[in-house]
Design a protein around this ligand. Structure first.
Ligand SMILES: Cc1ncc(COP(=O)(O)O)c(C=O)c1O
Length: 393
């Protein structure tokens, strides 16, 4: 019987078995949460604003949070008013409200290959047709590749891109290409859904989001604080531009609004001025983890495979070889106590080469080194086997 495709639901349910070194899940480590700052943010808000904090509020989000987000965006080069911000349940909520508002069944969408599987699932649920542009670290497509995809028939309704440290490829759109991409889309009349969830984790100073080069008529922006502050807050937001009313209406019908204590707490954290220092700490830790895992991969990966450092974030994308071995590698790694995720789920169509995403942040440095070592051994054995099978045929 053919295997049912893996869903986001299955991945999120995967148990945190302490016996398994988990390099599979794309989630950050709880070891690096800014717990003290969050605790004082919560305590301060409960002391001073308990009545507002535990009541219904405006469906678009609590005013203090929308104002704090406006200020957060300003230092990232994006100038908006607080009432242009729609607070959502994580970045997933932001993506869902925009995708659900802008697209309908049968529409064509241009997206990355590979792309975050949550984006692909949301797009598949609407019933869109995919047109993909390949992205990889060091091989970011120049704007003309996007232009070709935009100009092909039928005309796409949306372009979806994770502009910085894309998940899983790690690719970051080049700074000089950003204005061009926005301009091409503006001329073609195709809006961009920019997912910027990893933007703050780029090691060097982050490039301005695409939204910084637009007034909101072409770029619809989505992000969250899940990868930088705390995923459990479930605080994300979108800048849906002219679709604000429709997106807010849609969200209100589904949930009225998000969890108010989380919104007040996030607002207080952002106001506390501790965000930028926290980001510096994360970038330093993640760079060390990538260096550790990357060093082992550089020495131990079988010939034909590569894992380029994305320059930020906590994931490495390993690719090369025949795609047929991915499931066997995943199984054999798990038998040896290491969970890795095969890259097939990140593609709208089948990938042309084997690929795996490794999370370097969740395991301790010792477990990370052991896990990556085992992964390389399994990959070597399986690529040898598939090579041997090929030469016999
Ligand atoms: C590119 C991308 N967008 C969105 C999300 C979902 O984020 P959130 O947990 O804030 O819903 C993720 C999570 O891994 C992601 O990698």
């Amino acid at each position: 019987m053919p295997q049912a495709p893996l869903r986001l639901l299955d991945l999120m349910r995967q148990t945190e078995d302490p016996q398994v070194i988990n390099l599979a899940a794309g989630i950050p480590s709880p070891d690096f949460l800014p717990l003290d700052a969050l605790k004082s943010a919560l305590e301060g808000e409960v002391q001073s604003r308990a009545r507002e904090m535990f009541s219904y509020h405006r469906p678009e989000g609590a005013a203090p949070l929308r104002e704090a987000i406006r200020d957060y965006l300003r230092i990232r080069g994006v100038s908006v008013q607080a009432d242009q911000v729609l607070v959502t349940t994580g970045c997933s909520g932001a993506l869902a409200s925009i995708i659900g508002t802008v697209l309908k069944k049968g529409d064509t969408v241009v997206c990355e290959a590979p792309a975050y599987y949550g984006q692909l699932e949301l797009l598949r649920a609407v019933g869109v047709k995919f047109r993909t542009v390949t992205t990889a670290v060091g091989q970011e497509p120049d704007p003309s590749k996007w232009e070709r995809a935009l100009k092909a028939k039928p005309k796409p309704k949306l372009l979806v891109v994770t502009s910085t440290l894309s998940n899983p490829s790690g690719a970051t759109l080049k700074e000089e290409g950003r204005t061009k991409l926005v301009e091409i889309c503006r001329q073609a009349g195709v809006p961009i859904l920019e997912d910027d969830i990893y933007g703050d984790l780029l090691g060097r100073s982050r490039p301005k989001p695409l939204r910084a080069f637009d007034d909101g008529s072409t770029v619809l922006y989505a992000t969250s604080f899940s990868k930088t502050v705390a995923p459990g807050l479930r605080i994300g937001f979108s800048l849906p531009g002219k679709w604000m009313e429709a997106a807010a209406d849609r969200q209100c019908r589904q949930s009225i609004h998000g969890a108010v204590p989380s919104e007040y707490m996030t607002a207080a954290f952002l106001r506390s001025g501790r965000m930028e220092g926290h980001l510096e700490m994360l970038k330093t830790v993640y760079a060390k983890r990538r260096e550790l895992a990357g060093g082992i991969l550089a020495r131990e990966l079988p010939e034909g495979y590569r894992a380029d450092d994305p320059g930020g974030g906590y994931m490495l994308w390993v690719r090369g070889g025949k795609p047929g071995i991915m499931e066997e590698v995943r199984k054999k790694c798990l038998e040896r106590g290491v969970a890795v995720v095969g890259g097939g789920i990140f593609f709208a169509a089948q990938p042309k080469e084997a690929c795996f995403r490794l999370n370097c942040a969740r395991a301790t440095p010792e477990d990370l080194a052991r896990g990556v070592g085992i992964f390389c051994e399994v990959l070597k054995a399986e690529s040898g086997r598939s090579g041997a099978r090929k030469s016999r045929t």
